[in-house]
Design a protein around this ligand. Structure first.
Ligand code: ADE
Length: 409
């Protein structure tokens, strides 16, 4: 049977991170020989170096290295360096906050995870770590950037770019549907991000409007890597999945093997929702919808161009071997007629003017964030300095972007 999402709030679904931290906790016990320990301390991520261990008082610290080769600590970042202003997202393991760095005044989205919730969750095998994916994918224009991560006694912190344009879903809900040019632009940017993840052997698996944010200029920012599956090569397949049923490919629902083509199904589902206002096979009765996804022929109403409908049919092909993208991944999508107006090099260079530019008063603007988040209280303890907590070895990282804090740009 399909495992249903545990929480109706899909913003910060962090199941992957649970398995990762469970592994880290285990790893702590097996320090000298465990391969995960080895992975983190001999990572291919040259620009990142983990902190060896936390200081005695377990203060949240991250060590900054100016030079990726020389491992010389340069500065420290901690929970107390930020002012936590508003809740901008919630999930079963914690919340996402809008925060400013006290020294440079920059805005960040800080994902704060409760250690005790992570520790009491059961290990979920084969579910991959958001943290590692974030670290791996630092430099794609349409993937959220992790600046650094650190921990306190109670919590784990991921400091990310703040995508102040809000959820694509928030805009879609308010507007009902998007015009084709707008839908094409978002679908094309998402396709680039997915193709990039696939090139790193990562299957995103959870593409849906809530996980697609907009930056201040209106470009796509894919977030929430909690359900990613790592280490899947072109022909690799897997069977594990926990996700939102609306966007699940039939092979996942049927617990058959699946591969990176689930992301092209997901893109088809999101594109359908952007163009028609509802996901494909939608039915208010969830069971009926699951049945539809598996058995019902795809019926596409008029009012959408034939190129768009052809693309939807090809992406939402139940036979994953025949699905668009099955053979040459992103390249196949890029040459589809629906995307013919897209200049892909320009797109990925962010040289194409987004069809919608969020109306913002400044970098910390909250008008595009759902009030159901921003109305929630911000705990005072977030920036507190805490003593003696369970260490999560390997969590505390910093990327070279941190230099923007110390250099003040
Ligand atoms: N919600 C979750 N992550 C976010 C981010 N990086 N920016 C804005 N809102 C978010």
């Amino acid at each position: 049977m399909v495992k249903k999402a545990k929480s109706p709030v899909t913003y910060a679904k962090m199941k992957g991170i649970v398995s990762y931290f469970t592994a880290l906790i285990k790893d702590k016990k097996l320090r000298s020989s465990h391969p995960i320990y080895h992975h983190f301390y001999h990572s291919r991520m040259d620009f990142l170096r983990p902190e060896g261990s936390l200081s005695d008082d377990d203060r949240a610290t991250a060590v900054c290295y100016s030079n990726p080769v020389r491992e010389e600590p340069q500065s420290q970042v901690s929970a107390g360096d930020f002012d936590y202003l508003k809740v901008i997202g919630t999930g079963s393991f914690g919340k996402v906050f809008l925060a400013t760095h006290r020294e440079n005044g920059k805005y960040y989205a800080v994902k704060v995870l409760q250690k005790h919730i992570i520790l009491t969750r059961k290990e979920e095998r084969n579910v991959m770590c958001e943290h590692r994916v974030l670290l791996k994918t630092l430099n794609h224009p349409f993937l959220v950037k992790l600046h650094f991560s650190f921990q306190t006694k109670e919590r784990l912190y991921l400091v990310l770019d703040y995508a102040c344009g809000g959820e694509l879903f928030y805009h879609l809900q308010r507007e009902g549907v998007f015009g084709e040019a707008r839908a094409r632009f978002y679908a094309a940017e998402m396709a680039c991000a997915l193709g990039y993840l696939h090139s790193l052997k990562i299957v995103y698996r959870d593409l849906k409007p809530e996980n697609i944010l907009l930056d201040s200029a209106g470009h796509v920012v894919l977030t929430d890597f909690g359900l990613c599956k790592e280490g899947m090569s072109g022909r690799g397949t897997t069977r594990t999945f926990c996700g939102t049923p609306e966007y699940l490919a039939p092979e996942v629902l049927l617990q058959e093997e699946y591969d990176r083509t689930v992301d092209w199904w997901g893109l088809g589902a999101v594109l359908h929702e952007m163009l028609y206002g509802l996901p494909p096979f939608y039915n208010a009765d969830r069971l009926e919808m699951l049945r539809n996804i598996i058995y019902q022929p795809l019926a596409l109403k008029a009012g959408v161009s034939s190129a768009a409908r052809d693309l939807l049919k090809r992406l939402l092909n139940r036979d994953r071997a025949k699905r668009l993208g099955a053979k040459r991944d992103l390249i196949e999508l890029q040459s589809h007629a629906f995307f013919s107006p897209i200049q892909w090099d320009e797109l990925v260079a962010k040289k194409i003017q987004p069809p919608y530019v969020p109306v913002l008063s400044g970098p910390g603007d909250l008008t595009n964030i759902d009030p159901r988040f921003t109305e929630l209280p911000v705990p005072h303890s977030l920036g507190a300095c805490e003593d003696h907590g369970a260490n999560f070895p390997g969590f505390t990282f910093i990327n070279e972007n941190i230099l923007s804090l110390t250099r003040g740009h």
